[in-house]
Ligand binder design. Structure first.
Ligand code: ADP
Length: 371
């Protein structure tokens, strides 16, 4: 029995709850008013009469009538005040509940529209502060979901565009080979291999990017010493440098303070930055710098390469973005490396900045928090 009652109250709509709670408050108020006045007012009236008699007024003959008259007047006025009070309070309670319910029903309809795919649906402002706050946080969530959806669509659009070019090239060569229009030669196969390598790189980068963007990249942050990593990277990249190309310089102290970072992700960041520096620098130097400032360890990769125009700088960390020069040069880049780098730095609580001048060189610097 208790269980059924509990369920009944649980499923009671909000409008009825509001109405009943107002009703209960009103009944308690009225009952206490009626009981207190019923007990105390005749007494006060009799006391008043006694005071009048003590001043010499002769009330002895009409006293009973006066008391009866008072009681009748009290009963009538109480009855009227109960009727008027109940009607007014009931009406008011109905109006208040309806107003709140209207807003809630409206909110429900809009959220359903949103769930149904109308991502531009937003809740209007309300004059009830709590509902207003709820509406504002829903609208914030809606805007961010709409952004995610727009980015997803954009990503698929960009991805298909990026995949189509190498696929078209590969298919073109294969068809021409099949028709005997071109002779199979090592050069043709090399071109085919180059395009498939590009496809492979694109797919790998995309996988990393989607993991990084969705926050699925496992990050193992702990106090680490980056000196051995920097030294081994300098060694590895020096081996890769062409003889007539830029020289690699290291400008960092042999002892670096510990930072809170994931060593593998930091290596990935540095490999990306150094890889770009090598790719876009034909002469001069590539320098790795590291220094501490406040509670941060800054690491910079400075090159004297082709540089990036100032109008392009705000876009370098965008997905699939490449400067016109690097597109023309068919550098083999995918335009995803810096997007992943940016995300990896942020995931470790740092920030990355770029400064560059066309024809002079670029500096990519990022910081990691000190342990
Ligand atoms: P990619 O794989 O094309 O190098 P990134 O995201 O790493 O992709 O870089 C995006 C674009 O930024 C590059 O295509 C290039 O145009 C430009 N860029 C990146 N690093 C450098 C650099 N060190 N010097 C000049 N341009 C650079």
């Amino acid at each position: 029995m208790t269980k059924t009652n509990w369920r009944w109250t649980k499923s009671l709509p909000l409008a009825s709850r509001l109405f009943f709670s107002h009703l209960v408050v009103m009944i308690v108020g009225l009952l206490s008013l009626v009981i207190i006045s019923k007990v105390s007012s005749p007494r006060f009236f009799v006391l008043h009469l006694e005071r009048l008699e003590s001043r010499g007024l002769k009330l002895i003959n009409i006293r009973t009538e006066l008391v009866q008259g008072f009681e009748i007047a009290w009963r009538r006025s109480t009855l009227w005040s109960v009727i008027v009070g109940t009607t007014a309070a009931g009406g008011l309670s109905y109006w208040v509940s309806k107003r709140i319910m209207q807003r809630l029903t409206e909110m429900e309809q809009i959220t359903q529209k949103f769930a149904g795919g109308q991502l531009e649906a937003r809740l209007p402002l309300s004059d009830i502060p709590e509902l207003n706050r709820l509406g504002a946080s829903f609208n914030r969530m809606a805007a961010s979901l709409e952004g995610v959806e727009a980015r997803r669509r954009e990503l698929i659009g960009d991805m298909t565009h990026e995949l189509r070019t190498p696929l078209t090239v590969v298919r073109g060569y294969l068809e021409e080979l099949a028709d005997g229009e071109i002779e199979p030669s090592p050069e043709i196969y090399q071109r085919l291999a180059k395009e498939t390598k590009r496809l492979e790189r694109l797919v790998n980068d995309l996988q990393e990017l989607s993991k990084a963007e969705a926050g699925y990249l496992p990050i193992n942050i702990q106090p680490v010493n980056l000196s051995p990593l920097l030294e081994s990277l300098v060694e590895k990249f020096t081996d890769q440098m062409l003889e007539d190309g830029p020289i690699l310089r290291s400008e960092f102290p042999s002892q670096l303070p510990l930072v809170l970072a994931d060593i593998d992700r930091t290596e990935q960041i540095l490999v990306n930055l150094l890889g770009n520096a090598v790719r876009y620098t034909t002469q001069g130097s590539i320098t790795i710098r590291a220094w501490t400032e406040a509670s941060k360890l800054w690491i910079a990769v400075v090159d004297t390469g082709i540089g990036i125009a100032s109008k392009d700088l705000p876009h370098v960390f965008e997905r699939f973005w490449r400067t016109d020069q690097s597109r023309d040069r068919h550098s083999g880049g995918t335009g995803i490396g810096l997007t992943i780098t940016h995300r990896l730095v942020e995931l470790q609580g740092g920030q990355i900045h770029v400064e560059s001048e066309l024809g002079v060189g670029s500096t990519f610097r990022f910081f990691l928090p000190l342990a």
